[in-house]
Design a protein around this ligand. Sequence first.
Ligand code: ASP
Length: 258
Amino acid sequence: MVEPALVCHGGAGHGARDQPGVDIASAAGWDVLTSGGTALQAVLDAVMIMEDDTRLNAGTGGRMRDDGSVQLDAAVATSDGRLGMVMAIEETPNPILVAAELLDEPFHALAGEGARTWADSKGVQRAPVVGSPRPIASDTVGAIAREQSGALAVASSTGGCTGRPPGRVGDTPLWGSGLWCDANIGVAATGIGESIIEELLSYRVAAEHQRNGGDLAAALNWGIDQFSPDIQVGLIALDTSNSGLGLANTGMPWAAQL
Ligand code: ASP
């Protein structure tokens, strides 16, 4: 039996005024874990709360594309090797639920209208998402949890970067770039997706953590150091020792329950 733990973030580029939404999500995920719930349920509950928070760029607060549409990306992964990724889905207030439905399917990723039609078959709510024109370039929400068995889960959800064309996919739903989860560590990224994809950031932070003997702070610093300061980027990570951290080269509300 290990101690449960949880780390959440509300996106690189956000300031202190968005901290309360992250704290509420973190407390909800913590309630799941301390009641004996799974890491997967904890990250799904935390991310859903942040998707429902219109101040944060995910779900109902998703940023508009350059044509005014709101297309959302989300992904979830578990340390037992399950993975679900959904990209550019519309009319879906909680895309993380579509990603979760994919965990036990023989395919890992769905995009666009096909994703939405498949979500209908799974009973995931279809509803208009008005989205947010808030003139912030980007951000994302994410959560990583460790349950009492030691199992880890990572979930991320985003509206992407303001002003990108419909169909654009950033790092958030991409395995190895926006998220990573194995038996030792969970990692989630936020920031300028194109740059994060180029660096395969989340996987490489996990590899650095293994290379350096399990120093989480050093691994996150190494990850942030791969970017010039004008490229907003943030990371959260949680490992199987008692370490959980967030780090960004800009404002990023985050919370840890350790
Ligand atoms: N990484 C997200 C994207 O590029 C946005 C963000 O986290 O800032 O879609």
